[in-house]
Design a binder for this molecule. Structure first.
Ligand code: EPU
Length: 421
C-alpha cells in the first residue's frame, strides 16, 4: 500500500510551477478524435487520468507519440472502432467526452456509464438531450451508453442546469454537424474556453465560449495542428494558494492565469492573506490565523466546488465560525470526518457545513476520499502537529502532477511510504 506521509507543521516558502489543466486536457484528448490526422499537444499534465485516457485512445486505434512527459502527438487517422472498452471508461467521469467526439466524427459511439469521484449523483441526462437534439439516437442499457446517428444536424440546445461536461460534449458533437448550433445556458469555466480554442485552432468555427451562449458553425472537416498548449490548471494553482496561506507561508505560484483564480483570491484576501497578482504568476503570503469567511460554491466565475475541501481545511484553524454552502455536488462534505479526526470542529447538514476554528490540528491517519479531498488532506497534514498518513492516494494521483515533489520543493516534510498491506 502506497501512502503519503506529512510531518507538520510546516511553513511553505519558495516557488512552484503549475502543470497543465486536468479538466481541459481530459476534454482536448478526446476532441482530437474529430481530426483525421495528427494533433500536437503541449503542457499536458502527466497524471493517471491522462494516462488512462491515452490507453482508451490507443484501444480505439490512435497512435500516440510522447515527445516529453508533457508533450505528445496523437494521430487519429486510423481509428478502428468507436466502441471504448468498458473497464477503462467506467473508471472515470471524463470518458463521456468520447461520446461527443466519436459521434461527431463517425456517427456512432459506445462507452460505459462514466464513473469518477464519489461526490454525489452524476447524471448525464443533459449530455444525452444535446446529442438527441442534434439528431442522434441514444440508449442507456446494461451499464453502457450507445449513441448512433445518420449524420448530425445543427439544432438549438438549452441546458436545464449549467454543466461543464454537457457544454463541452455539445460543442464536440456540433463541430462537424451541418448548420449552426446555438447552445444556451452554457458553462463558462476556463476549460470550456480552452477546448473551444483548441478546436478553433484546427479549423472549427466556435464563437462565444466563456459566455452563456455558444454558437458552433459546423465545418466539413478539421485539419492537423502545428501545436496547441493546454492552459494551466486553475485548481492546482488554487490548491497551492490555499496551502501557502494555510501554512502561514510565502509562495510564488508560477504558470497560472490570475483571472481564473479571482474567486479564490477574493476569499483568501477576505480571510487576511496577502495575494499579489502578476502576468502569469501569483504570490500568496500570510502570517496569522485566517479570519472566518463564508463561501458558496457556484459555476465559474463563482467559487469553484473543486476548491471547497481545500478552503474548508484552511478555515479549520480560523479565528471564528465559517459557513460553506456546496451548490454543485450533494455529497462533497464526506472528507470533513477525516478533518474531525485531526481535531477540526466541523458539522454539516445536507449542503451546508459549519466550521468553528480551533487553535491546533494534530496529525492522524486519514483517507483521501476523492481527488480534491485528498489535496485537502495534504494541506491538513501541513497545518497539523505531528505525522499525518494519507491513504487511498490513487485519487490524488488522478489529478495532481508530482504533488509530493512540488510540496517538498516548498520546504514540506512530505514523502511517499510503501508497505505490504
Ligand atoms: N448535471 C446534471 N445533468 C447532467 C450533467 C450535470 O444534472 O447531464 C448536474 C450535476 O449533477 C452537477 C452539475 O450539473 O450538480 C454540474 O455538473 P457538471 O456537468 O458541470 O460536472 P462535470 O462535467 O461532471 C466537471 C469537472 C468536475 C467539477 C465539475 C463542476 C471534469 C472532468 N470534471 O464535472 O471536476 O467538479 O465540472 O465544476 O471536468 C474534479 O476535478 O475534482 C472534479 C470533480
Amino acid at each position: 500500500m502506497k501512502t503519503i506521509v506529512v510531518n507538520g507543521p510546516c511553513r511553505l516558502q519558495g516557488e512552484v510551477t503549475v502543470s497543465g489543466a486536468k479538466n481541459a486536457a481530459v476534454a482536448i484528448l478526446p476532441a482530437t478524435l474529430l481530426v483525421n490526422g495528427k494533433c500536437h499537444l503541449e503542457n499536458v499534465p502527466n497524471i493517471s487520468d491522462i494516462r488512462a485516457y491515452i490507453q482508451i485512445l490507443e484501444s480505439l486505434g490512435s497512435k500516440i507519440e510522447y515527445i516529453t512527459d508533457n508533450e505528445l502527438i496523437i494521430d487519429n487517422s486510423n481509428i478502428k472502432t468507436t466502441k471504448a472498452p468498458y473497464d477503462l471508461t467506467s473508471k472515470f467521469r471524463a470518458s463521456y467526452y468520447l461520446l461527443g467526439a466519436l459521434l461527431g466524427r463517425f456517427g456512432t459511439a459506445q462507452i460505459s456509464l462514466p464513473g469518477g469521484c464519489n461526490i454525489g449523483a452524476r447524471p448525464i441526462d443533459q449530455h444525452i438531450r444535446a446529442f438527441e437534439a442534434l439528431g442522434s439516437n441514444v440508449i442507456v442499457k446494461h451499464g453502457n451508453v450507445y449513441a448512433n446517428s445518420k449524420g448530425l444536424k445543427a439544432a438549438p440546445i438549452f441546458f436545464d442546469v449549467v454543466t461543464v461536461g454537457a457544454t463541452i460534449n455539445a460543442i464536440l458533437a456540433a463541430t462537424l454537424a451541418e448548420g449552426v448550433t446555438v447552445i444556451e445556458n452554457c458553462a463558462k469555466e476556463p476549460h470550456v474556453v480552452d477546448v473551444a480554442n483548441f478546436l478553433n485552432s484546427v479549423g472549427a468555427k466556435i464563437k462565444g465560449a466563456g459566455t452563456d451562449v455558444i454558437r458552433v458553425t459546423g465545418v466539413k472537416a478539421l485539419k492537423q495542428t502545428s501545436s496547441y498548449a493546454v492552459i494551466p490548471d486553475q485548481i492546482e494553482a488554487g490548491t497551492f494558494m490555499v496551502a501557502a496561506a494555510a501554512t502561514r507561508g510565502d509562495v510564488l505560484i508560477k504558470n497560472c492565469i490570475p483571472r481564473h483564480l479571482e474567486p479564490i483570491t477574493a476569499k483568501l484576501t477576505q480571510s487576511g492573506a496577502i495575494v499579489e497578482e502578476f502576468e502569469d504568476s501569483i504570490r500568496v503570503s500570510m502570517d496569522s490565523r485566517p479570519s472566518p469567511v463564508n463561501i458558496k460554491t457556484l459555476p465559474y466565475p463563482g467559487f469553484p466546488t473543486d476548491m471547497q475541501p481545500q478552503f474548508a481545511t484552511y478555515l479549520a484553524l480560523s479565528t471564528g465560525s465559517s459557513m460553506i454552502v456546496e451548490n454543485i455536488w450533494e455529497s462533497r462534505f464526506q472528507y470533513t470526518a477525516e478533518l474531525i479526526k485531526m481535531g477540526a470542529k466541523i458539522s454539516y447538514h445536507d449542503r451546508t457545513a459549519m466550521i468553528t476554528g480551533v487553535s491546533e490540528l494534530y496529525g492522524s491517519p486519514v483517507t483521501s476520499l476523492d481527488l480534491r479531498a485528498g489535496a485537502a488532506m495534504i494541506i491538513a497534514g501541513l497545518m497539523a502537529n505531528g505525522y499525518t498518513e494519507i491513504q487511498d492516494i490513487k485519487h490524488i494521483e488522478r489529478g495532481y502532477e508530482n504533488i509530493v515533489e512540488k510540496f517538498k520543493q516548498l520546504g514540506a516534510d512530505i514523502s511517499y511510504s510503501e508497505s505490504e498491506e
